[in-house]
Design a protein around this ligand. Structure first.
Ligand SMILES: Nc1ncnc2c1ncn2[C@@H]1O[C@H](COP(=O)(O)OP(=O)(O)OP(=O)(O)O)[C@@H](O)[C@H]1O
Ligand SMILES: [Mg+2]
Length: 232
C-alpha cells in the first residue's frame, strides 16, 4: 500500500467570507519531492500554513502519515514559509542556538545544518547584514534543525542567484535519500520541473491538477493550460 506522509482532505480556509483555500485534497507520498504550484494569490502559502499549524483550517482534514494532525506532529515537520523569522541582532550560529534551546536539541546540530546550507563562514556577521540569499539559507537551516521527516519550503529560491539555485536544487534532491520528504511551492516552473516528481497545481484556492511528472515534462505548458482553463 502507498504510504502518504501528508494527505489533506477537503482542506479549506476562509478569511471572513473570502475563500482562500477551497476543498484541497493533496496526496504526498513518503520519500518524494512534491511541487505545489500556482499563480500569485492562489492559496499555496495559506495551505502550507495550515499544515504547519500557523493557521487554523476552517474545514477539512490534515493527515500526517495516516494520523489526524496533532501539534505533536510538528516535531517531524520542518518549514520555511515566506520570510524566515530571524533575530537580526544575532549571528547565524546564535540564531540556530536559540532554536536548539527552544526545541530541546543538542547544540551539535547547529554546525551540521550550517554545513548543509553552506553558511559556515559567516562568523560574527549579524543576520541583519545578511543578503537575501543568506537569509533564505539560514531559514532552511532552521527548518532542518529537528531532523524533520517532512520539509516544507515555500518559494525557497526567492532571492537566490543562479548558482545558489543550482546548489539548492542539488540539496533538495539529496533529501529523499536521507528519509526527508519535501513539499516545495513555487511559481518559477523551470526551477521546479527539475527537482519534483509529483505536482499539484492550485488556482483560485482550488486544486486543479495533481499527478506524477517526469523531469522532461513541459511543466510550463501544463501549468498554463490548467490555470487558463480554470479561469474560463
Ligand atoms: N491573513 C489574511 N487575511 C485575508 N486574506 C488573506 C490572508 N492571507 C492570505 N489571504 C488571501 O488569500 C489568498 C491566497 O494567499 P496566499 O498567500 O496563500 O497565496 P500564494 O499562492 O502563496 O501566493 P504567492 O505566490 O503570491 O505567494 C490571497 O488572495 C490573499 O490575499
Ligand atoms: Mg505564497
Amino acid at each position: 500500500m502507498e504510504r502518504y506522509i501528508l494527505q489533506t482532505k477537503n482542506l479549506s480556509k476562509y478569511f471572513k467570507k473570502y475563500i482562500a483555500v477551497n476543498k484541497v485534497s493533496l496526496k504526498v507520498k513518503m520519500g518524494t519531492i512534491y511541487g505545489l504550484l500556482g499563480p500569485n494569490g492562489a492559496g499555496k502559502s495559506t495551505t502550507l500554513k495550515m499544515i504547519t499549524g500557523l493557521l487554523h483550517a476552517t474545514d477539512g482534514e490534515i493527515l500526517i502519515d495516516g494520523e489526524r494532525w496533532k501539534r505533536k506532529h510538528l516535531e517531524d515537520i520542518g518549514a520555511l514559509i515566506e520570510d524566515p523569522a530571524l533575530y537580526g541582532n544575532l549571528t547565524a550560529t546564535e540564531n540556530l542556538t536559540v532554536h536548539t534551546k527552544l526545541m530541546g536539541l543538542s547544540k551539535d546540530r547547529v554546525n551540521e545544518v550550517l554545513e548543509t546550507v553552506d553558511l559556515k563562514n559567516t562568523g560574527k556577521k549579524l543576520t541583519s547584514q545578511f543578503s537575501m540569499g543568506m537569509k533564505q539559507r539560514l531559514g532552511m537551516a532552521i527548518a532542518l534543525l529537528g531532523n524533520p521527516k517532512l520539509l516544507i519550503l515555500d518559494e525557497p529560491t526567492n532571492g537566490l542567484d543562479p548558482i545558489a539555485i543550482q546548489e539548492l536544487r542539488e540539496l533538495i534532491r539529496s533529501f529523499p535519500k536521507k528519509g526527508i520528504t519535501v513539499i516545495l511551492s513555487s511559481h518559477v516552473l523551470t526551477e521546479v520541473s527539475q527537482v519534483v516528481d509529483h505536482i499539484g497545481i492550485i488556482s483560485d484556492g482550488e486544486l486543479k491538477y495533481q499527478g506524477a511528472i517526469s523531469h522532461e515534462e513541459d511543466l510550463e505548458a501544463l501549468f498554463m493550460k490548467v490555470v487558463k482553463e480554470s479561469k474560463k
